[in-house]
Design a protein around this ligand. Structure first.
Ligand SMILES: Cc1cc2nc3c(=O)[nH]c(=O)nc-3n(C[C@H](O)[C@H](O)[C@H](O)COP(=O)(O)OP(=O)(O)OC[C@H]3O[C@@H](n4cnc5c(N)ncnc54)[C@H](O)[C@@H]3O)c2cc1C
Length: 78
């Protein structure tokens, strides 16, 4: 590993790190994430909060973006 090429970043000193993740409240339903991921008509929703078992993780954010893009690609142009 080239130590000189490595860069250490931390959440507190990285101006581009402003992200967060969801936490289910006491009124949340277990199916909420899946329901949100289905979208509402032509309104599609991506984000880790829609990624069911991957919620709260970068992996969930990536998977939800791919899923929303796939949904969008499936739309027919009116
Ligand atoms: C301190 C911390 C440590 C973490 N550590 C890890 C880890 O080690 N591993 C891991 O896998 N995950 C980790 N996570 C979780 C991971 O960062 C998130 O799951 C991921 O960033 C969520 O991505 P997202 O695209 O769903 O949402 P976000 O990254 O939150 O992106 C949402 C974007 O929408 C923007 N936005 C909000 N409101 C509006 C609006 N009205 N109009 C326009 N834009 C808007 C926000 O500015 C933001 O850029 C961590 C999170 C935090 C906070």
């Amino acid at each position: 590993m080239d130590i000189g090429a490595a860069e250490l970043t931390t959440w507190v000193d990285d101006p581009w790190a402003g992200e967060s993740y969801s936490v289910a409240g006491i009124a949340a339903h277990p199916d909420d994430a899946e329901m949100l991921g289905q979208g509402f008509g032509r309104v599609l929703i991506a984000g880790e909060h829609t990624a069911v078992e991957w919620s709260g993780l970068m992996e969930g954010a990536l998977r939800s973006g791919q899923r929303a893009a796939d949904q969008l690609a499936g739309f027919e142009v009116a």
